[in-house]
Design a protein around this ligand. Structure first.
Ligand code: ADP
Length: 444
């Protein structure tokens, strides 16, 4: 819709948090993943409940109909194409919609349905006949706030009387403005301004408070203290929901500090494995020879979709230019591109308009490329000591055991780096087979 459009265009203003002069990379990665996501991330793990008030009954649901949702919302859910709740939604939704309202801290990796869950809670809790802010939601960046708004508009499309407004930079409200929207989404700084300086929001009337992407908030200076200031001014009876993709001790401490008596739920991530991946390497004498080897396999790799990883932006640029000059169509993803541009490149790749995507480590880190079946390491990932970066290797080519498809990985190494291949084999107890650069008959 039009809001989604504005996420894409407005992020052209730069990947900057409103208070900080440097890029907030985790927030960008999270946004990119949200923009490119075509489906729910499945997990084979059960939801763990870490803590709960023994007096509160606990149950999980299998269908959306079992929830106390109004029919407009069920319609909205079906229009979204959601047939059944995700793992985290099965457990979180009954708790979030229960009476009396319960506080909840939920952690699951991105893409598992957290946003859809709290959007449903907000749309359920508001009293549409009352025209003042009742649900307040904080997100770490402007773009992420707008993205949540898109989900509200989509799921709430049949709730004609429910309106949303955005407390984000550039959206000015003069003092004395009377806000009629029931849901306010914003970043902590602007929200603080609206509540305490402009005084256009009466925090005492908020009945549901959502804090999204808590881990990113905590890592970004200023955001957590601003969030706490807002949260402290809420009434005791206000329901508090906190979401995070990770659950480091800092996140847990923060969550426990601001949320009293919460139920905590957690979904473990599926582990990555190399067991269903065929791994090969080529020994080359120079960058040019690596390039030749790459061109030799180009025909084979473009049967599917391939990602080629380079260690530096310069080598990524060099490779993209060389391949393009040789008539191969490639797209490139580097960190100097704006978020909007990167989202666009990834979307084109996802939709199949691009077959080959060249990326640098830094840029691709954290971006969900699980659907890619062929990965080329134009150079192996290494750390500052020149040792293999095992984690990055695994993230690039590994797949989750249960849902993962098989894949192929090629690594180009110079003779002195063959030892890196051996170290990777040793580390993962896996086999990486050597191929002759001229010989592709080996792989069927
Ligand atoms: P998170 O907030 O955990 O990152 P989202 O709520 O954004 O996850 O959901 C990830 C993707 O899955 C989105 O594209 C969303 O529309 C979709 N999705 C969410 N819940 C369901 C569901 N129950 N069934 C199918 N798709 C869903």
């Amino acid at each position: 819709g039009s809001l989604h459009q504005s996420v894409m265009t407005l992020s052209n203003t730069g990947p900057f948090n409103e208070f900080l002069p440097f890029p907030v990379v985790p927030a960008e990665t999270s946004l990119l993943n949200k923009l490119i996501r075509t489906s729910l991330v499945e997990s084979s793990h059960a939801v763990e409940i870490l803590q709960r008030d023994p007096s509160s009954p606990l149950y999980s649901i299998r269908t959306f109909e079992e929830l106390p949702l109004k029919k407009e919302l069920l319609q909205g859910i079906y229009m979204m194409g959601f047939n059944r709740p995700s793992k985290i939604q099965e457990t979180a939704l009954p708790m979030m919609l229960a009476y009396p309202p319960q506080n909840l801290i939920a952690q699951s990796q991105s893409g598992t349905g957290k946003t859809a869950a709290f959007v449903l809670a907000m749309l359920s809790r508001v009293n549409a006949t009352e025209k003042y802010p009742q649900c307040l939601c904080l997100a770490p960046t402007y773009e992420l706030a707008l993205q949540i708004g898109c989900v509200i508009e989509a799921i709430g499309r049949f709730c004609a009387d429910i309106k949303v407004t955005y407390a984000v930079r550039g959206n000015r409200v003069p003092q004395g403005t009377v806000l009629k929207e029931q849901i306010i989404i914003g970043t902590p700084g602007t929200m603080l301004d609206w509540c305490f300086k402009q005084k256009v929001v009466d925090l005492k009337k908020i009945t549901l408070f959502v804090l999204d992407e808590a881990d990113i908030m905590i890592d970004t200076q200023g955001l957590s203290s601003q969030s706490i200031r807002i949260q402290r001014a809420l009434p005791k009876s206000c329901q508090m929901l906190l979401f995070s993709a990770t659950f480091k001790s800092t996140v847990r401490e923060f969550a426990e500090k601001i949320i009293s008596n919460p139920i905590m739920i957690k979904l473990r991530e599926d582990e990555l494995t190399l067991s269903n991946i065929r791994q090969y390497y080529f020994v080359c004498r120079s960058r040019e020879e690596k390039y030749e080897a790459l061109c030799n396999i180009y025909g084979s790799i473009t049967i599917g979709q391939a990602m080629i990883f380079c260690q530096t932006r310069r080598s990524a640029d060099w490779l993209a230019v060389a391949m393009t000059q040789d008539g191969h169509q490639v797209a490139i993803l580097t960190a100097e591109l704006t978020v909007a541009h990167r989202a666009n490149v990834i979307q084109r790749f996802r939709s199949g308009k691009e077959k080959v995507l060249i990326a640098t480590n830094v840029c691709a880190r954290g971006i969900d490329v699980q659907q890619v079946t062929i990965v080329v390491n134009f150079s192996l990932p290494t750390n500052q000591q020149g040792e293999p970066d095992f984690e990055t290797y695994l993230h690039r080519i590994g797949r989750t055991g249960r849902f993962g498809k098989s894949g192929i990985a090629f690594s180009m190494v110079e003779s002195r780096d063959v030892v890196l291949v051996e170290m990777i084999e040793e580390h993962f107890q896996t086999k990486i087979k050597q191929l002759d650069p001229g010989d592709m008959d080996e792989i069927e």
